[in-house]
Design a protein around this ligand. Structure first.
Ligand code: ADP
Ligand code: ZN
Length: 729
């Protein structure tokens, strides 16, 4: 018996592995010993090697055992993905109709997705007892060494990366200090005695919301914290985190922007000195991301962008999703998941509360609150006493003459503000822009006669197309409503704005910020330059709308917002409303009243009235009524099949064949293939086929039967994919 057990042949077991490949099945391999589910392995797959995650061990062979190949190597000696994460991944694979192996790979930080063994770097540094003594007796002239020791004393649980960021010259000293035994490295830092500092006394609204949330700790519940800009939602999160931490649990805080994490992180550290705060976002190096991901397991608070949702958090007690409406929570490639929606799933699986916070919640979340599925908590007042809301007004483009895209009152306001030595922000809303034809005489925008959508003008064919149902028509000779002959393209001419500003204010220091100039340091750079008064006029897109605080900014001008009112994307208004509220919140944060001017050809549009009144609830009511009437989300569940090909007709033909390949049951509707909202990208033409159903389960049953059929079609397209709950159409 003993011999047999030790024989290498019989002690081998079969393990079932989810491999990182676009295949909807598991593969079995031979392994020298049982491997716990969640263990990472390197395996051969065809001619390549790839990383995989063990899903089961000791399984029975499904094919001839002799043909089963051995794993190459176990990459970890213990499961890296705990059962809770395997459950979350399994949900994700089912819900997004995505291969489990690719879901698991997406859950891992990039470095762990590599089939090379990963040796964790010991990321954390902390002061030893000898280090503390040294700090007490080191002479003042040992400035550099004292600096490092002092910093470490103040930042327990810090990583080397953080130390290097704070003290760039410290790196050179570390080996020496380690040799002296003054500091030690660890995979994760031990927590010092927690000495959470207290925040300001709560406002009455915060004080009313907090106990409701605290009472919900320890079981599943979804809460929508609807608080106007500046109402102090962060303070509510911090207090609630403190309670969860006090119960020995971990908190996960998801934020939309990398740019916001350092700011948030600093706030957290100040509030929770001695607690282990770990951050996770794509701004970190690959090595640091892997380290932080693994360190999350022992963290008290994990702060990160959407992918942090998949981090290992064995004692998770609370999830917070700040700015829950933000589109960056939706992954736009590969596994196209919504971190906000999955946060609710993870909370339910873990039996803990999830708090979704926003001044302008997504209509999906708002509707969940209306239906009583989420509990709504409201903060209507600004937290800082005396903080005044800005004064906003519309500039009617039908009445005011325009030069270089700027209306006369806007030009005057910009000049006046500049001469008064104050800063202005010119916000250009390019997102959601699609060329639609409108009549300057009566404001009519050409609609599709079959859909709620507006027709989009296509330059290549010089025709109007509906992006919803695929209908096409010629450009009419005159406005169908009032007969005026000259229809114009909405949104044209914004390119001139920058030049016009330079002409208008030749002596002003104008700085443009957009997606391209946003990488890395530039971001911090312009914020500092603004605060230092080195910029007079900041020009930019929606990226400027978020979370910045510029004390001397007193005028905000919004251009080109109208495009969103008549966009073929039904979510464009929702995004515009959120942006407008946020942008307006940038003006006059300190003392002085801020001014906001919005140029529009449609001053009578209800969205602008709702915005001027700061009335999100009215906006949501109107939009939800319209969505219900037109059969759009959140009343309808959607999935979209997208295809890209060098030529549009190939993409369209694939979609047409896909639609024919499986008949949709009652209650599931397939729309006709249509060009995508952005019909051409990166040299490829894009088309899409929308599938919708009022019943989510019916939609998913259909997708489950449809997807395998799609794989048999041998598509003559560059690529295709299925997306569930698409955000952009
Ligand atoms: P929100 O995220 O809701 O827009 P913040 O959390 O950024 O608002 O808070 C806005 C400002 O109000 C911050 O400067 C914050 O420090 C301050 N603040 C929050 N709560 C209080 C409070 N209870 N008393 C005084 N100031 C507060
Ligand atoms: Zn249509």
């Amino acid at each position: 018996m003993k011999l047999a057990q030790e024989s290498p042949l019989t002690s081998e077991v079969l393990v079932r592995v989810a491999v990182d490949a676009p295949l909807h099945r598991f593969f079995d391999y031979r392994a020298p010993a049982m491997l716990a589910p969640g263990t990472l392995v390197a395996v051969p797959l065809g001619r390549r090697r790839t990383v995989g995650v063990v899903v089961a061990s000791g399984v029975a062979a499904q094919i001839d055992a002799a043909r089963i190949r051995p794993i190459e190597q176990a990459l970890t000696d213990r499961p890296v993905l705990a059962p809770a994460l395997m459950d979350l991944a399994a949900f994700c694979a089912r819900y997004y109709h995505h291969p489990m192996g690719e879901v698991l790979a997406a859950a891992l930080p990039p470095r762990l997705r590599d089939p090379k063994p990963y040796r964790p770097v010991r990321a954390h540094v902390s002061l030893t007892a000898a280090g503390r003594e040294a700090l007490a007796r080191l002479p003042a002239r040992a400035r550099a060494r004292r600096g490092v020791l002092e910093w470490l004393a103040q930042h327990p649980g810090a990583t080397r990366e953080q130390l290097r960021a704070a003290l760039p010259r410290a790196a050179a000293l570390l080996p020496q200090l380690e040799r002296l035994g003054w500091l030690a490295r660890a995979a994760a830092a031990a927590a010092a005695a927690p000495a959470d500092s207290t925040g300001p006394p709560l406002t009455p609204e915060q004080a009313a919301a907090l106990p409701v949330l605290e009472e919900g700790l320890g079981r599943f519940g979804a809460y929508l914290l609807h608080g106007v800009t500046g109402s102090g939602k962060t303070e509510v999160y911090l207090r609630l985190l403190q309670s969860a931490l006090g119960q020995g649990r971990q908190g996960l805080v998801l934020v939309p922007e990398i740019a916001l994490t350092p700011q948030f992180e600093a706030g957290m550290r100040a509030r929770f000195p001695g607690r282990r705060v770990v951050s996770l976002h794509s701004g970190l190096s690959e090595g640091a991301r892997a380290e932080h991901w693994l360190a999350a397991a022992e963290a008290d608070i994990l702060l990160g962008t959407r992918s942090a949702l998949f981090a290992p958090l064995p004692r998770l007690g609370l999830i917070v999703v700040d700015e829950e409406h933000d589109a960056s929570f939706k992954q736009q490639e590969g596994l196209r998941y919504s971190a906000r929606d999955l946060a609710v799933v993870r909370a339910r699986q873990a039996g803990i509360p999830v708090v979704l916070g926003s001044a302008t919640p997504s209509l999906e979340s708002w509707q969940q609150a209306e239906r009583g599925r989420y509990r709504r908590l409201t903060l209507e007042q600004r937290a800082v006493p005396g903080a005044l809301p800005p004064r906003a007004r519309l500039v009617d483009l039908r009445r005011e003459p325009c030069t270089g895209g700027l209306a006369a009152p806007v030009r005057e306001a910009l000049q006046e503000n500049f001469h008064a030595g104050r800063q202005s922000l010119v916000f250009i809303n390019r997102r959601g822009y699609a060329p639609v034809l409108y009549c300057p005489g009566c404001g009519y925008v050409l609609p599709c006669h079959r859909c709620s959508a507006r027709l989009v003008w296509h330059r290549s064919s010089a025709r109007l197309k509906c992006h919803h149902c695929g209908h096409q028509e010629a450009v009419p000779a005159a406005c169908p409503q009032c007969g005026q002959p000259d229809l114009v393209l909405l949104g044209q001419g914004t390119q001139r704005v920058e030049e016009a500003l330079a002409e208008l204010l030749p002596r002003a220091r104008i700085r443009r910020i957009d997606r391209d100039s946003m990488a890395g340091r530039e971001w911090a750079g312009f914020g500092e330059a603004m605060r230092a008064g080195e910029i007079d006029v900041l020009v930019g897109t929606q990226m400027l709308a978020k979370g910045h605080d510029f004390p001397a900014l007193s005028l905000v001008v919004i251009l080109d917002a109208d495009g969103a009112l008549y966009s073929p994307d039904f979510r464009a208004e929702e995004r515009l409303f959120a942006q407008l509220l946020q942008v307006a919140g940038r003006a006059g944060r300190h003392g002085e009243t801020g001014h906001v001017l919005l140029q529009t050809a449609f001053p009578q549009h209800p969205l602008y009235a709702e915005w001027l009144a700061g009335d999100y609830a009215a906006f949501a009511r109107r939009q939800l009524a319209e969505r219900a009437r037109l059969g759009l989300p959140p009343f309808m569940h959607q999935a979209v099949l997208r295809a890209e090909a060098p030529r549009m007709e190939n993409a369209m033909r694939f979609l047409a064949r896909a639609a024919d390949a499986a008949t949709a049951p009652r209650g599931v509707r397939l729309l006709a293939p249509a060009p995508a909202g952005m019909p051409r990208l990166g040299g490829l033409e894009r088309a899409q086929l929308l599938v919708q159903a009022a019943d989510r389960a019916a939609l998913h049953r259909y997708l489950e039967s449809w997807r395998p059929v799609l794989e048999t079609l041998r598509p003559q397209v560059a690529r295709w994919h299925l997306e569930v709950d698409p955000l952009f159409s």
